[in-house]
Structures are given as C-alpha cells and as structure tokens.
Design a protein around this ligand. Structure first.
Ligand code: NAD
Length: 364
C-alpha cells in the first residue's frame, strides 16, 4: 500500500556498534580532536578510566560533574574549565546526564562531541538539548549538539544497576511511542520505532535476569540507538512535555518518571493514534498495548507509582498548569483536567485507561 505523503531528514549519524571500545581512538583522530575533555557523572569511574586509556594523550581533562537535568550553574562552571583547558572536543561517557552536559557545552562553544553511551536513554542520537534554570527545563534542537560519532560497546553497561537499566530502557521506548504518532512521523521512523521498542521489550527482562549477559545488553543498546534516532527526527508530544515538567520543576528522576508515566499517556492517546496502537500491539503481543506495557513493567524491578519517587498529589495542579500553558504537539487535545486525572492514576500506580472521565481510586 502506498504510504501517506511524508518528508524525512536523515541526521548525519556515525555509529560504531559492538566492536568494543578500541574504535574510539580512531574516531577521535578522524575528527582531529587533540585536546579532549571527558564529560561524565561521578558514578561510572571504571568506564571513564577505560576511555582515558584508549584515547591516551588526547585526553586533557575529566569533568565528572554531570547531574540530572543539566543545571545551568554546572554548565557555566564547565564551560569555564573546558576553556581553561583549551579543549577542542568533548567525549561524553555515560547516560543522558553526561551527554546532556556535553550538549549544553557544545551549544555554547561549538566544539564537537563523541558519545560513548552506557544507558538506554538515547540522547546520543538526537540534536535535542535541555538546560534547567530556576526550576524550569528549557529544551531545543540544534545540529551543533548532535554527537559527530557514537561508539556503542555493550560491555560498558554490564555494571549499570538493573533498576536504572529498566527505567532508561522504558525512557527509550517512550521515544518510540511518541515517534509513532508524531506529526512528522514517517514510514522510516515507524520502522525504527517498532524495532527499537521490540528489542528493548525483549532484552530488558533478560538484562534483569543476568545483568552481565552481553547479548542482552547488546540488544538493549541496539534498541536504545533506534529509539534515540526516532526522537532525533520527530516532534515530541504530551509524554515528553509531562516528563520535562516533572523533572525540571520537581527534580524527579528522569528515567523512572518516563517509565511510570508512559503507559498512562499511551492509553490516553490511543483513541487518536490508531497506527501507534497497531504497531505496539505487534510489539507487546495481544491485547491493549498500554495494559501489556504496564504488565511488563510490573514484572520488572521498577517503581510504578509517582508517589514512590517523591511526587505528591499537591503538585499535580502545577504540572497540569505548566503542561497546558505551553503544550507540545499531541494527537489528542489535552485539558488541565485530563492531565490531573492521568497524573492521579500515575501517582498511585493505578491501571492506565484511555478515558479520563472515570473516577480515580486513591489507592492502587
Ligand atoms: P543518567 O545519565 O543520569 O545516569 C543514571 C545513573 O546511572 C547515574 O548515577 C550514572 O552515574 C549511572 N551510570 C551510567 N552509566 C553507568 C555504568 N555504565 N555503570 C554504572 N553506573 C552508570 O541517566 P539517563 O536516564 O541515561 O539520563 C537522564 C538524562 O538524560 C535526563 O537529564 C534527560 O533529560 C536526558 N535525556 C536527554 C535526551 C535528549 O535527546 N536530549 C534523551 C533522553 C534523556
């Protein structure tokens, strides 16, 4: 069948997948980087040490200062230090926080980024940046922040704790879900979204069973790559808007927030996104995909209620106000009351449902 008319912009992505960390040295050389600064969170020191060993003398410093949601104060400080080091490129090592800080630096300095991702958030495949200033997370798109090269080595994620593995995998699935109903979706994006979600849904239970199983880590990373590429070329909708407000204003953990909210937005948008429902029924199996995803989540080690990660009922009104005051594109019109009901369900871990007319029980 002839697809509906579409346009698609391919991003210049250079990806080296599953060949270990050795190709990183050639990527650094290829980009002419002589004075690289490694950007990471304080956590994954062994991975940073391995990268430093591989890249050798071209590393002039390590800024292990990344934290969630990219606070502007951290960006200011790191721009100063990278200038003092006379850096000519960044190697972002870790998850979305490390890559996010490198992007914020690149936005100011114009220096190239090479990404070595070790979570499944997918930020390495997007030109999307985010910076939090005074409790408001601003996001934007700029080709200057798109990593020039990405080196995926599944072995680097074997020490990623399973709860973070699961949550960041769900974060990636959220990119796929929203790509399937984005206003600028296309058959190419939908292929990547379906395959990315499939790979993650298959791999995450196996990662939980054996975090050191390389094929499972590899399949999860492959899914993350595809889902990140979907986010990189499509417009974000209600789900990402909700998570940006919950993360930026209430400092909730990014990946867990995505994971908990996703089945609720999926159910809410389902009546207005038939193609998405068909695609995800194929991915998650028979039945309603929001219920299948919610059941998958309940079988994995992750919280399923926003109350469990520090959100409270008194904050729902502020989120509903912000989400509807500057809305993202969405297939279904969104009212403040819709957001309230959706968040009340997510708050207590109640089952997702497409209708927001039904009363929400106060307990799961
Ligand atoms: P994260 O980067 O904050 O990492 C989570 C935790 O895992 C950290 O404590 C980190 O130190 C640890 N960790 C990472 N790799 C590890 C490893 N190999 N071994 C052991 N520990 C390891 O989490 P995340 O979910 O990847 O990223 C969240 C951030 O990414 C948010 O700020 C979000 O807004 C951003 N994000 C941006 C995009 C985009 O396209 N711009 C996409 C997705 C996420």
């Amino acid at each position: 069948m002839l697809p509906d008319p579409f346009s698609y912009t391919a991003l210049p992505m250079r990806v080296v997948f599953g060949r270990g960390l050795e190709p990183l040295a050639a990527e650094v050389e290829h980009l002419g980087i002589r004075r690289a600064v490694i950007i990471s969170t304080p956590g994954p020191k062994p991975v940073v040490a391995a990268v430093t060993r591989i890249v050798g003398e071209a590393v002039v410093g390590v800024l292990a200062e990344a934290v969630m949601h990219v606070p502007v104060e951290v960006v200011d400080r790191c721009v100063q230090v990278s200038g003092d080091l006379d850096a000519d490129g960044y190697i972002a090592v870790g998850g979305g926080s490390a890559i996010g800080l490198a992007k914020a630096l690149a936005l100011r300095t114009g220096l190239p980024i090479i990404a070595v991702p070790t979570t499944y958030a997918g930020s390495e495949m997007t030109p999307v940046w985010g910076i939090t200033d005074n409790r408001i997370k601003r996001t934007g798109r700029d080709q200057a922040v798109l990593p020039r090269a990405v080196v995926y080595d599944p072995a680097l994620s074997t020490d990623l704790p399973v709860d973070i593995s699961v949550a960041s995998g769900m974060n990636a699935i959220a990119h796929a879900v929203e790509g399937l109903y984005a206003p600028d979706r296309s058959p190419i994006v939908s292929l990547m979204a379906r395959e990315g979600a499939r790979a993650l849904a298959a791999a995450l239970p196996r990662v939980v069973d054996d975090p050191h199983d390389l094929p499972s880590r590899g399949e999860a990373l492959y899914g993350a790559w595809l889902c990140g590429a979907v986010l990189g070329t499509t417009t974000m909708s209600l789900h990402h808007k909700l998570c940006h407000v919950l993360g930026g204003t209430f400092n909730l953990p990014h990946a867990h927030t995505h994971a908990i909210v996703l089945p609720h937005v999926l159910a809410f948008n389902a009546p207005f996104a038939a193609d998405m429902v068909v695609a995800l029924t194929d991915v998650f199996g028979d039945g309603e995909p929001w219920t299948a995803l919610w059941n998958l989540q309940r079988s994995l080690p992750m919280p399923t209620a926003l109350a469990d990660i520090g959100f409270s009922a008194t904050e729902i009104g502020e989120v509903a106000r912000q989400v509807t005051a500057s809305p993202y594109a969405n297939p279904r019109p969104v009212t403040e009351d819709d957001v309230r009901v959706l968040l009340q369900r997510a708050l207590v871990g109640h089952a997702p449902h497409p209708s927001t007319d039904m009363p929400v029980p106060s307990q799961s």
